[in-house]
Design a protein around this ligand. Structure first.
Ligand code: ZN
Length: 162
């Protein structure tokens, strides 16, 4: 019987991501593996507003209050409560843009809401006939062929993944 240690080792040896060399973000909010293509992924931003965002909101509020002081007085500072939802919405929109996997088209947020839609999105990703999408897929295929060749030449190369 396979021990737990062997199982983990085998799982690591079997780890075949679609894309091995991904762009490394200097400051990533979260690192994870794509559940569909196993490529290492990360979110560059968190969905919550950063202290910097609050500073920006305060500065815009101060500027607006100063400029409109002769008309509204200190009431101009209420713009802060208009800015807040706008910032919140923008931040979440930016975050959502990062959810779909750029390598296989898997969208975790859709998978949670509706599996059929998520499935369709992946299908659309692979049948996208735009030049950009084709170039990306071709690059993945070339990479895969090169990896297979490298493996044939050196059967121990799989350990180099870790
Ligand atoms: Zn993926």
């Amino acid at each position: 019987m396979e021990s737990r240690k062997d199982f983990t080792k085998n799982r690591q040896a079997m780890w075949r991501p679609l894309e091995e060399r991904t762009y490394r973000y200097k400051k990533s909010a979260m690192e994870f593996f794509c559940p569909l293509c196993r490529t290492k992924r990360n979110f560059s931003i968190n969905f919550r507003l950063s202290p910097m965002n609050f500073l920006q909101m305060i500065l815009i509020t101060a500027l607006f209050t100063g400029l409109t002081y002769s008309w509204f007085g200190l009431r101009g500072s209420f713009i802060f409560f208009i800015l807040w939802p706008i910032f919140e919405f923008t931040r979440r929109a930016l975050y959502k843009k990062e959810i779909p996997c750029p390598h296989c088209g898997f969208d975790a947020s859709w998978y949670k809401r509706d599996v059929k839609v998520a499935r369709q999105l992946v299908s659309d990703f692979w049948t996208d006939t735009s030049e950009e999408a084709q170039a990306t897929r071709q690059a993945h295929q070339d990479e895969a062929v090169l990896q297979e060749l490298a493996k044939d030449q050196n059967s121990t190369s799989s350990s180099a993944y870790f």
